[in-house]
Design a protein around this ligand. Sequence first.
Ligand code: HSE
Length: 411
Amino acid sequence: MSKFAVLGYGVVGSGVVELFYKNKEKIQKRAGDEMDVKYILDIRDFPDSPYKDKFVKTIDEIVNDPEIKAVAECMGGVEPAFTFSKKCLEKGISVSTSNKELVAAKGDILLALAKEHNCNYFFEASVGGAIPIIRPLHKCLAANDIDSVAGILNGTTNFILTKMINEGMKFDTALKLAQELGYAEKDPTADVEGHDACRKICIISSLVYGRHVYPDSVHTQGISDIKLEDVQIVNKWGGSIKLIAKVSELENGKILPLVMPMIVPFDNLISRVDDVFNAVLVSGNGIDKTLFYGRGAGKLPTASAVLGDVIDSVKHDRTVFSQSWESVSDNSFVEDWHNYKAPVYFRVDTDVTDTVKFVKEMCPENCELVDAPNGQLCFITPVVSLTEADSLKEKLESAGAKVVSLIPVLK
Ligand code: HSE
């Protein structure tokens, strides 16, 4: 019999318990052992819960019980989740987590600790909700040199953008709905300002490129500056604006992770990924491109990923399967984000009448003019660095035009 504990009884933790009992027989067959939830750790009381006898308030009750084989950490935040996870791993209890904030901040330490104590620190649920992406990256795709990983990694913002664009819903109403549906973080600024997507691209970058990438070394821009006018112009042109998290390996050996709104042309499947869905496009020298798609947030989709890890912990007790990556003391292997290269969309307020002549004189060769309302000029540059795009902005503004929007196109 393999007993496990659930830390945190919020959206994900309660989903883990619900999905476990819903599918218990099948889960046990797949684990090759009988299983049960022995403890649920939460500081709150749940007197009406059918599981009220399982609730405990201290981690020591869990780690000191020799029957506990695995733990599902669904608390969120760095502390006390870090201390609790450490205590479990030091006792040889495998931990499966949905806590991207913790993995992005301290994943290297917890992975090393798991290895040292002959157990596992699994984090499939920390990126992409229900989508299997962590295991594919470090197992199925391990034979590839990965050039880039790019995608939509935040369900809340994708849900908000979809509701605003397709249903004309106001931002605040869409955000409230995302909160009610259990998609948003406790503090939804983490979603809206891109920090959640940043944590996820840090985890992917660390896993793929083998060195810990910290959130503060990743340029992060959220969706709060996206304007409906640009969404409409870009739609007519043939693309969608999405919050994209991307990491690429450069020729100089550095990596360039970043999170920003980008234009995704309609010939890229990611442009059609709507609602709470996430998608991750992996490019490698063996696979060319592989796309992963599924629900990126929500109670049962995330619980599914956590429980998959718990089942693996039980099945492979005492075998270290989880990947590790190097701790680093400096981030010189991370390229300055200003050197990110892409075609860039500009929307400019201008009273110039001969826009073709204006673009020809002011902008790089081969800019593509985009249909725009009167008094506005829209164009897409050829591939430039974001530094070059900024210089172009300054040049246009010194000629009396006002650059309203500047958005890279996903390549
Ligand atoms: N707030 C996150 C999101 C939850 O919306 O994607 C899943 O990590």
